[in-house]
Design a protein around this ligand. Sequence first.
Ligand code: ADQ
Length: 472
Amino acid sequence: MDILHVSAECYPVAKAGGLGDVVGALPKYMNELGHTTRVVMPMYRTKFLYANEWEVVHKANTNMGNWWFEFTIIKEKTNKLGFELYLVDVNGLLDREKVYGYNDDNERFTAFQICVLDWLNAWAKKPDILHVHDHHTGLIPFMVKNCQKYRGLASIKTVLTIHNAQYQGWMPWNRSILIPQWDMWKWGMLDWNNTINPLASAIKCADKITTVSPSYLQELKWMSNGLEALFEYEKGKCVGILNGIDAKVWNPETDTYLQHHFSEHDYEAGKAKNKMLLCDQFSLDYDKPLIGFIGRLVGEKGADLLPQVISDSFYFIGRRMNFLVLGSGFPEVEARLSALKPLSQSDYNVYIGYNEGLSHTMYAGLDFLLMPSRVEPCGLNQMYSMRYGTVPMVRRTGGLKDTVIDFGDVNGYGICYNHASVPDVTHAVWRAAEVYHDKEKMKGIRQRMMNLDFSWESSVKQYIQVYSSLVM
Ligand SMILES: Nc1ncnc2c1ncn2[C@@H]1O[C@H](COP(=O)(O)OP(=O)(O)O[C@H]2O[C@H](CO)[C@@H](O)[C@H](O)[C@H]2O)[C@@H](O)[C@H]1O
């Protein structure tokens, strides 16, 4: 089968979160099964762009509303990522340093989608499947079915994967002129609550929808930022497929970001050395359990709970553990976490920002990884941490519920709690501090976790089944 993934992110080209990890891995594993999988994404000004060689494969003019512009499609010459990678260059609009966070993001991603479809119009061989990811590419299923200039693409089947339904790409109706001429009576396929809603539109128009875990699919029917009724209505074409992790990138034996490697057979010394590195760099106490958080500092991840959880843990449990936080997000949460720093007694530190290398060292060197998420469509961090022998402390929600079993249950290996609340998370911290000193128990937990299989192989087969149900 011939599949084209259209995405705003793809690791290692550009990554802001888990979407990048998934789009960087899934196509590679699909190709290993004999399919032809390509990725197209915007051309941002990233390190990867400057470090690799590119060839121009298409150049044309197009328009978005009454703005005419030139775009170029470039292809990475060597297919070094395990798939053909194409970037869309629109001068001044897409070629920025960050993936998101600009006032004109709606225009940027609409232009990106128009360029992709214009380019496909010109291709001799069309893909069997257009696989779009999240709201940034959510107008594509509508456009291939309803825009006059894309009539030739209407028979291509579309699949939407929802990594995060919180963000939907809302646009006021006066922006409808940005979409190439379309059949006006189909306006209902763009609309949700009197705005253009690209995610809702993709849910209505895509031939199949996948969510990144089975539990998240169920949760969306009662908690999806306003789309609950739509998920209930469209449930017949939805499937929950748990993400895998790229076991070639996330392998503690070969991880290029790690100074000290280890395996599931021999992890104690390796993990200890990585912990020592973190303790030296962040002035922490090696003898205490090291509990970390890695991620976007936003409400979905429960990051706003961290300052109070850390203070309460020290107050009620005692200064028996270290905390290390890596992340960026809401300025208020960043400020509160930074304000705790001067109160540290060599047991707390925070790194505000994005740092891929540090995240790998943390997965390897932490004893526990805290994930008090309010919403977690799948969550990759808990799977990375388990592969690296770090015990996940997760709220039972979405993909966290599907991947972590509490160590108190049969064959369990994590610490689980029901509520994203300060008392529940603080109680989990207490359990971590207690179990840490039970060396035999910790050993059993680590061995069980590190031998779990979260590789992409089985998930990829489920995606192929979804495609096959559409094209065969
Ligand atoms: N400051 C920082 N420095 C370095 N690395 C950082 C970082 N902040 C985050 N990361 C990294 O970004 C990734 C985040 O993965 P998540 O699964 O938590 O993603 P996210 O919520 O963005 O994605 C959404 O999509 C993914 C993929 O489908 C779902 O798993 C998830 O539940 C859903 O919310 C991990 O690789 C993590 O290490």
